[in-house]
Each structure stands twice: as C-alpha cells, then as structure tokens.
Design a protein around this ligand. Structure first.
Ligand SMILES: *Cc1c(COP(=O)(O)O)cnc(C)c1O
Length: 364
C-alpha cells in the first residue's frame, strides 16, 4: 500500500474557471498561464481541462516543448523570452512566440538565422521594475525590432504590480497607453487579478494564471467563491493513528500544543516534505471526513496532528482534506491554509512535493 496521501487535479474545475474568465473578458483571447509546471498541477495533467484556452504562456523552454508534445499547435508564449541565442532556434522550430524585454534579446534576434520570422511581444516596464523597456526607450526598441527581417508581428505587453490591491492599475495603464498610443499591434496587459477586478481594461490577450487554478488573486479581500472559481487541486490524506490526550499532554516537536482538557487527535499522513507548509500552526483549518476542524501542534516532515473533538467517528483510514474538496462536497480553500502559513495559494500549489502521487479527476 502506498502512503495514504494524494493530490487530485480536477479537469472540470479547469473547464469551469476558464469559462468564468471568458465571461469576465468576453472580447479578449485567453492565455492559460502554465509556468511552474502549471502552478504545480502538472502541464500534462492540466492540459485536458485547459486546451480550450486560446494559447499557453510559460517561461521554461522545456515546458514549451512539453506543450507542443501534447499536440498543441496553437500559440505558445515565452513570458520571459529567450535566455541565450540558441533558444531562438527552438522558437523557430516550435513556432513559439516570445517576449522581448531587454536590448540583449534584440541583439540575439538580429543575429538569428531563421526562415520564418518570429512573432514577438515587446515588454514595457510600466512600473513593476522587473522586466521590460522603460516607457521612454520603448519606441526605440519597437523601431529596432520592426526593422529586423527576423521579426514578423510585434505585440505590446506589460505586467501589473498591484492589480490585486488598493493601488490598482490606473497609473500603469496610463503609462502604458501614453507610450504606445500610436503603435500598432495587439496588447496583453491583464493577469488574473486585472481580469477579474478590472474587466473593462482593453487587453487583446489576457494572462490568467491563479484564477484558472481556482484560487483568488486578491484573498482575503475576496475568496475563490466570491469570484465563482473552483479549486483545480485537492490535497488529501488519511488518518494513520489516533491518540487520546489527557489534560496537560503535549503534541509533537517542541510541545507547542498543550491539551487544556482531554482531547482526541488524529495523526495524518501529510507533512512538510509533502509540501504542506511548516509555518501552519495550531488552528489552521483542515477537513476530517468533510468536517472542518483544526491542526494542533507543529507540522513535522511526514505527519500533522488534528483535533478530532467534533469528529468522534474518525479513525485510522478516515479521509482528511488539507485543501480542495472533500468527498462529502465540503471544501477548504487553499487560500485559507496559505494565509495561516503567512503566504499565498500560489506558493502552496507550486510546492506540492514530487513524492505525492497525483491523479486526474477527469470529466466523465
Ligand atoms: C505569472 C504571470 C501571469 C499570471 O499571473 P496570475 O497572478 O497567476 O494570474 C501573468 N503574466 C505574467 C507576465 C506572469 O509572469
């Protein structure tokens, strides 16, 4: 018997979330962002649910190869562009579209030998200050690119720093528009948060990541249910032992939890080596048999311990849901667990460890 822990990827949730994004921005085409191995879900496992997107965007060339290997002939965009000249050969061979965010990438393109000119997305740094040309050098970069025989269509792209928060996108939109006003080409500006919170923005291509995985980009202001999103991943495990604590007994390393009254606890086959965050402390929500209860004590490498006082029937073999959907239909959002760990749902889904077996819950 394998250790009783399992991640389930929900094809139906992908279909639903993609549809939800399309409702929000009906005039835009949708890149499903599948970087970081589809945010930890697995590109191959997510593909069935996401193949209705208009394109896939990602960063790793080997992930682009995997998308092509799945038979996807539509657009694939490299969000960071190429890292060295020979990457351009792969772009030519696989027909990848690529971001151009620095002059070194234009140099590489100008030296590249290709039969078929490339479609590129010229990136502006409109305030995020990670990748992209400053607004005042953007036009020069565009002109340089436009003169290259290696380049076909040029599209315009930028990325928001605060689409999920109170600062919003107005300043960056203003900067981007002012610097691109009379430039031709399609625009791609919105991530998940902008797609949901600022659906009126004109973005020929939107780039939702977290939303298609069913987590809220702006939790805790809004949760996934508010946005009508469904979790694309469930992490579940089973109880492998129970203990009856007496008043004063402690649990786990460091004795961080002390029972103030007799308490029955369950030991669950999931720990930080599975990707469950060690920063979660007593009180972090967890479902046992679909009933909401709490973590007690410290997360260890292979186990956590949970309060069974409201689930008296729970025993060895009982289902525990760390996030996602329980068999009885109850759900626990990854965002809530992430918050208890001082992080975001993105990090948790990306961090599910390779030792956790994964199944795809296909649409029948
Ligand atoms: C990761 C990424 C996205 C997707 O962001 P979400 O917040 O997951 O929607 C969009 N655009 C770029 C450039 C990215 O790197």
């Amino acid at each position: 018997m394998p250790r009783p822990i399992l991640a389930t990827v929900h094809t139906e949730a992908f279909l639903h979330n993609l549809e939800r994004v399309r409702q929000s921005v009906a005039d835009s085409r949708v890149w499903a962002v599948v970087k970081a191995n589809a945010y930890g879900h697995g590109i191959e496992r997510a593909f069935e649910g996401l193949r209705g997107a208009d394109g896939f965007s990602l960063l790793d060339l080997n992930e682009a190869e995997r998308v092509r290997a799945l038979g996807w002939r539509g657009p694939v965009l490299l969000l960071e562009g190429v890292f060295e000249p020979r990457d351009l050969e792969l772009c030519s061979r696989l027909g990848l579209w690529h971001t151009v965010h620095c002059s070194e990438q234009i140099d590489m393109l100008s030296a590249h030998k290709t039969q078929v000119p490339h479609r590129v997305f010229l990136k502006m740094n409109s305030g995020m200050n990670r990748l992209g040309f400053a607004p005042q050098s953007y036009r020069t970069a565009w002109t340089r690119l436009n003169a290259l025989p290696q380049v076909d269509e040029i599209s315009l792209i930028t990325h928001f720093s605060d689409a999920d928060g109170p600062k919003g996108v107005d300043e960056q939109v203003k900067v981007f528009q002012a610097a691109t006003e009379d430039l031709p080409g399609e625009r791609s500006i919105s991530n998940s948060a902008a797609t949901l919170r600022h659906p009126g923005l004109k973005s020929d291509w939107v780039r939702p990541g977290i939303a298609v995985y069913g987590s809220a980009p702006d939790y805790p202001e809004h949760d996934a249910a508010h946005w009508g999103l469904q979790p694309a991943m469930t992490l579940s495990a089973k109880i492998i032992a129970t203990q009856d604590l007496r008043t004063g007994d402690t649990v786990g390393y460091g004795s961080s939890f002390v029972a103030s009254a007799p308490l029955r606890i369950g030991v669950v086959a999931c720990g930080y080596a599975d990707g469950y965050p060690r920063h979660c402390t007593t009180g972090t929500p967890v479902l046992v048999n679909g009933v909401r209860t709490r973590l007690v004590g410290r997360v260890s490498m292979d186990m956590i311990t949970v309060d069974l006082s409201h689930v008296p029937q729970a025993t060895v073999g009982t289902e525990v849901t760390l996030w996602g959907r329980a068999r009885n239909g109850a759900s626990l959002s990854i965002d809530e667990v992430a918050k208890a760990a001082g992080t975001v749902g993105y990090e948790l889904m990306c961090a599910v460890a390779p030792r956790v077996p994964v199944v795809v819950d296909a649409v029948c």
